[in-house]
Ligand binder design. Structure first.
Ligand code: ADE
Length: 261
């Protein structure tokens, strides 16, 4: 049984971006996961298929009404039950949610399905959130025009970790954040580009040297660019080799900085 995503959205076609292209497109064709969309407009009972109204208390924009959203969620729940999906959650994507990170992606992947609400306009009626939503998730501290792109970010991050999705099963394990490290730099042909050469370690053919160089770059970049992530790799969790590689990286970095001055 594949993982089932049921997405409540006013713009179902947007999800072609993941079901039709690249890694997530191939995984969808191979039925590694299912993705079904539910349009709240199909759950309205007025001629205009209205799903939004003005906010109580005034202010700009419109608010999505609870009724059509709740009916769409209930329909999606019923479908998931019919499919035998027992472990599921209803997620609402919004800037007010908890920030999405690798740990959450792994936890959500333990379920067998998700119902994802992508909102539009100023937001959704709070009573719908209280009644139906298990978790509110944000993909970052900025505001998008709707939850669809955020839903696709969440789905993509989960699908790429599913078995047999990536050609090389090791790829997902080597992704950044699995071990709280940023990725090392990558190079391909030509060996010299505009006078700039590939680091000699990578063309040495010596795999111990290559792995050492990559680990050093990953440690160094994390230290430089993401001190918050680096703090999670406390001193005691670092091996002697890692400490030495980082010491060497910092030394080279500081020498370069002084040369510039
Ligand atoms: N909808 C609008 N902005 C969002 C964000 N930053 N994360 C999740 N959903 C959103």
């Amino acid at each position: 049984m594949s993982f089932e995503f049921d997405v409540i959205t006013l713009f179902p076609e947007m999800f072609d971006a993941i079901t039709k292209y690249g890694v997530t497109g191939r995984a969808w064709e191979r039925q590694i996961y299912g993705l079904h969309t539910w349009n709240p407009r199909d759950f309205t009972n007025n001629n205009h298929r209205t799903v939004d109204d003005r906010p109580y208390g005034g202010g700009p924009g419109m608010v999505m009404m609870a009724g059509p959203l709740e009916e769409a969620i209930v329909a999606a729940r019923t479908k998931q039950i019919t499919y035998g999906i027992d472990k599921t959650k209803v997620i609402y994507l919004s800037p007010q949610g908890q920030l999405l990170d690798h740990k959450m992606v792994v936890e959500l992947s333990q379920l067998s399905g998700l119902i994802i609400l992508s909102g539009r306009y100023e937001g959704v009626d709070e009573r719908l959130i209280t009644r139906q939503i298990d978790e509110e998730i944000s993909i970052g501290d900025y505001v998008l025009s709707g939850g669809e792109l955020a839903a696709m970010v969440l789905i993509d991050s989960m699908v790429r970790r599913m078995p047999n999705v990536l050609g090389d099963p090791e790829s997902a394990n080597q992704d950044s954040f699995v071990s709280n490290l940023l990725d090392y730099p990558h190079y391909t042909r030509p060996e010299v580009y505009q006078g700039d050469s590939v680091p000699e370690e990578l063309v040495s053919g010596d795999h111990v040297k290559i792995n050492r160089w990559r680990l050093q770059q990953a440690l160094g970049r994390t230290w430089l660019r993401r001190p918050d992530l680096f703090a999670l790799r406390t001193e005691c969790k670092m091996t002697i080799e890692e400490k030495e590689l980082l010491r060497e990286f910092k030394e080279t970095y500081e020498t370069k900085q002084n040369d510039v001055k």
